[in-house]
Write a protein that binds this ligand. Structure first.
Ligand code: PEP
Ligand code: MN
Length: 343
């Protein structure tokens, strides 16, 4: 960590700064320039993070050297992590093609959609049983019954499943049925929930909050990792913008940013990012071209009757077309889409 001192720092203030740092058990390295003086602080930086050094008289700026997300950082783990979702690998050249309806509505509905997306090449089935809805009067999901349907349909089609958990009290029941937890955008900073899923030995799809910075996202991942669960996949799903022509703003630059800073896989969700079926294929391909480790797309066989997010759902045949294009791009990029081997 480096402390940049104020131009008018006095000798007494400087002596106090050095004494304070040393009293905390750190060594100091003083560098006096013509205009500014800086103090290098030598020691385990993480021990100093919660000390308000900028509150010491004479300190202008505190410049950390290492990122605060220790476990999620490339410094901690230079090789890309590969997350295994019941036999389907994500990261390190393996792509996740996650598809399914926004919400599980019935066995017939999910079965029809699962058959179609599996035939198109998807390798993980999604479907919400607990839905975070803006209105309390909207369909809230089928709860445990939805989880049961998701598990059964996933098994039938040889697809591992991912579903959202919104409440720390539901972590156990979701873990009984699903292969991967989804933490939704609205809960990205629900630290109790992050801690709870961090205690489980089950992969987590962590979606970016709609106004979260890259650092916020990585710090949320850190909550999960710090509890001992290393199976975290990040997801860009759009951030709030000012233009109502798309549901959110698809921030494709998050993908290479994450790869520069972290070893964790990162996928894109063009469905929630754009909210527009016509924009989904282009954004899916853009995500892969930017290096994403997978693409998450909502599909419904009858969008006009969907109980949630029908307006953004792709029809199965539209999904099949974008999946074909994604496979071709994957081949060009030298990446694979692995399927679970059904015993
Ligand atoms: C979803 O995946 O259906 C969902 C609610 O996503 P997000 O949390 O990104 O809005
Ligand atoms: Mn949705």
């Amino acid at each position: 960590m480096i402390l940049v001192l104020k131009p008018d720092v006095t000798d007494e203030q400087l002596a106090h700064i050095l004494e304070r740092i040393q009293s905390l058990g750190f060594r100091t390295h003083l560098s006096r320039g013509t205009y500014r003086t800086i103090v290098g602080v030598i020691g385990d930086e993480s021990q100093l993070r919660s000390t308000p050094l900028s509150a010491i008289e004479g300190v202008a700026e505190v410049v950390p050297i290492l990122p605060p997300y220790k476990l999620a950082s490339v410094e901690a783990h230079p090789e890309p992590s590969i997350v295994d979702v019941s036999g389907v690998r994500i990261g390190g050249g393996h792509l996740a093609l996650i598809a399914g309806p926004c919400a599980v509505e019935s066995e017939e509905q999910l079965d029809a959609i699962a058959a179609a997306v599996k035939a198109a090449g998807a390798n993980i089935l999604r479907g919400g049983a607990y839905k975070p809805r803006t209105s309390p009067y909207s369909f809230q999901g089928l709860g445990e019954q939805g989880l049961r349907i998701l598990r059964d349909v996933g098994r039938k089609h040889g697809l591992p499943t991912v579903t959202e958990v919104m409440d720390p009290r539901h972590v156990d029941v979701v873990a009984q049925y699903a292969d991967m937890f989804q933490i939704g955008a609205r809960n990205m900073q629900n630290f109790t929930l992050l801690t709870e899923v961090g205690r489980c030995n089950r992969p987590v799809l962590l979606k970016r909050g709609m106004s979260a910075t890259v650092e916020d996202l990585l710090m949320s991942a850190e909550y999960i990792l710090s509890q001992g669960n290393s199976q975290v996949v990040l997801c860009e799903r759009g951030i709030k913008g000012f233009d109502p022509s798309t549901r959110n703003v698809f921030d494709v630059a998050l993908v290479p940013q994450v790869h520069l800073r972290s070893h964790l896989p990162v996928i894109v969700d063009p469905s929630h990012a754009t909210g527009k079926p016509a924009l989904i294929p282009a954004c899916a391909l853009a995500g892969l071209a930017a290096g994403a480790d997978g693409v998450h797309i909502e599909v419904h066989h009858c969008p006009e009757k969907a109980l949630s997010d029908g307006a953004q759902a792709l029809l199965p045949e539209q999904y099949a077309e974008v999946a074909r294009q994604m496979m071709r791009l994957a081949e060009l990029l030298g990446k694979t889409v692995s399927q679970r081997v059904v015993q």
